[in-house]
Design a protein around this ligand. Structure first.
Ligand code: KIV
Ligand code: ZN
Length: 520
């Protein structure tokens, strides 16, 4: 494997935007507490800049950026702002408590965006580049400027805007591939051209920000770095608008494993990657595809006979990096009803989780209950259980009990008790089948207009006593949320998933109208 040659000029700064671009993607809402947790882990793993939110977007976003700015020990904390004065001021306020704070201001520069989205003439956009960067500099000397849709911007205009941003005081220049349209050679040439043409470009750091619409975001990001960019904007698990952003774990490991062809390095401690992936997957309820690079369940699995034979002879036959290098521990403990707390904690570490003390206690109680009713408790069972524990920690509505009458002698009915902010409410409802009856009972206690867009069940493991993992997607007023629930009882799992989604909708509604704190 390649050795790493460390020199400051080859250091690539990692700018994580999981909490901003990632959270912006449909269904990936995180609560305030979840954002703090993710930020804490990003800081601990050595991310250089945490883009914590878009402060003008809502009071919730503002508070998250503000609180993360207060708590973060090492990383720069960044708030996003459009080019307007109010946006910049709000971002400036939000990052005020940070030891090191950045304002990231942006405006579209491509013909199609300027004409249709902004309905502004290029000269007006040009003036706004100068005014926004100048205003941002009143709050911090760390100002990043982005030309949204940079890869579809005319080169002369792009260079003029970059030059103006630098002159106004921007210290980082980001050229995003907003719509995931570029290809590596073209992106390389773009950075090369801008850096050669724009005066004082050697005084700033250039940044890549790529979306994955054509599946090339990682390759494009690395091409930009080869052309001189030294900041990569990325997200854990590659979450983000549409097809997502560059996956942090992929660019970090690409530069490590193929340091011979990409001789760059980052400050990210790669052994935290698995943990970060699991945390983000749990809080967003966005599953990681099994064959996802670096952090997918199958990324280090070898099933075919030929591969297994090769691995037994020498691991490098089929492994270009070790699972341990990304924080995946070899699973050694077999868990069952006799396993104690110590073994449970050990297993969580093996699986890449780190829980707060109270969550650990709850998870252990649930593990014992599961082990009592299930013959074999597999790693997947524990993962489903812990993911749910993480995702529901701050939920305001929870299932207390559910009894369902199902079978051929309809109508099917559900008797449900919910805990809503500490108050218990019970109701009964009938439906066209037990799931429908359960969801109708939820609707009676928590009236809402949300539309069920997805209801999906899968067995976490083999066997008829397997836990069911249910995914539910709800949408309301163009807001989409996704949640999962796991339980050996499919109907309880269904109720948990539906309520998980409703809890997320509460968070989303509160953002649109900050004083709404009642249940939907
Ligand atoms: O994709 C994009 O252009 C963005 C900008 C705000 C940087 O996310
Ligand atoms: Zn983006």
């Amino acid at each position: 494997m390649a050795s790493q040659d460390v020199s400051e000029k080859d250091r690539v700064v990692i700018f994580d935007t999981t909490l901003r671009d990632g959270e912006q993607s449909p269904g990936a809402t995180m609560t305030h507490e979840e954002k703090l947790k993710v930020a804490e882990l990003l800081d601990e793993m050595g991310v250089d800049i945490i883009e914590a939110g878009f402060p003008i977007a809502s009071d919730g976003d503002f508070l998250a950026v503000h609180e993360i700015a207060k708590r973060t020990k090492r990383a720069v904390v960044c708030g996003l702002a459009r080019a307007g004065q109010q946006d910049v001021d709000r971002a400036g306020e939000a990052i005020r408590p940070a030891q090191r704070g950045r304002i990231h201001t942006f405006i579209s520069t491509s013909p199609v965006h300027m004409k249709w989205k902004l309905q502004l003439e290029p000269e007006q956009v040009y003036e706004m580049v100068i005014s926004s960067v100048t205003r941002a500099r009143n709050y911090t000397d760390d100002v990043e400027w982005s030309c949204e849709d940079g890869t579809r911007t005319e080169h002369d205009f792009l260079c003029r805007c970059v030059e103006a941003a630098i002159k106004a005081g921007a210290t980082t220049i980001n050229i995003p591939d907003t719509v995931g349209y570029t290809v590596p050679d073209e992106y390389f040439a773009l950075f090369d051209m801008v850096r050669r043409r724009v005066p004082n470009s050697d005084k700033v750091r250039f940044s890549v920000h790529c979306h994955d619409d054509l599946g090339m975001s990682v390759a494009n990001s690395l091409a930009g770095v080869r052309a001189g960019a030294r900041q990569i904007e990325c997200t854990i698990n590659g979450i983000g608008e549409r097809a997502g952003n560059t996956a942090l774990e992929e660019v970090v490991m690409a530069m490590k494993v193929r340091n011979d062809v990409h001789p760059f390095w980052t400050g990210v401690e790669a052994t935290h990657l698995t943990r970060a992936s699991k945390l983000v997957a749990a809080v967003t309820s966005f599953p990681v595809q099994h064959n996802k690079a670096i952090v997918g369940r199958n990324a280090f699995a070898h099933e075919s006979g030929i591969h297994q034979d090769g691995m037994l002879k020498h691991t490098q036959t089929y492994e270009i990096m070790t699972p341990e290098s990304v924080g995946l521990k070899k699973t050694t403990l077999v868990m069952g009803k006799h396993s104690g707390r110590h073994a449970f904690v050990h297993k969580l570490v093996e699986l890449g989780y780190q829980l707060a003390e109270n969550q650990l206690e709850d998870a252990f109680v649930r593990f014992k209950a599961l082990a009592d009713c299930k013959k074999h408790v597999y790693d997947e069972d524990i993962e489903a259980l812990v993911d749910e524990e993480i995702a529901t920690a701050h939920h305001r509505i929870k299932v207390l009990s559910l009894t369902v009458i199902a079978g051929t002698m309809g109508p099917q009915s559900a008797t449900l008790t919910l805990d809503m902010d500490g108050h218990h409410q019970t109701t009964q409802a009938t439906g066209n089948g037990p799931v429908d009856a359960t969801f109708n009972a939820i609707k009676k206690i928590v009236p809402h207009e949300a539309r069920l867009e997805l209801y999906q069940v899968h067995a976490v493991t083999e066997g008829t006593d397997a836990q069911a993992e249910v995914s539910v997607r709800l949408s309301e007023n163009e807001k989409t949320v996704t949640a999962k629930g796991a339980d050996p009882d499919t109907l309880v799992a269904s109720a948990k998933a539906y309520l998980g989604a409703l809890n997320k909708l509460i968070v989303k509604r509160a953002r649109a109208k900050p004083d709404v704190m009642t249940a939907p």
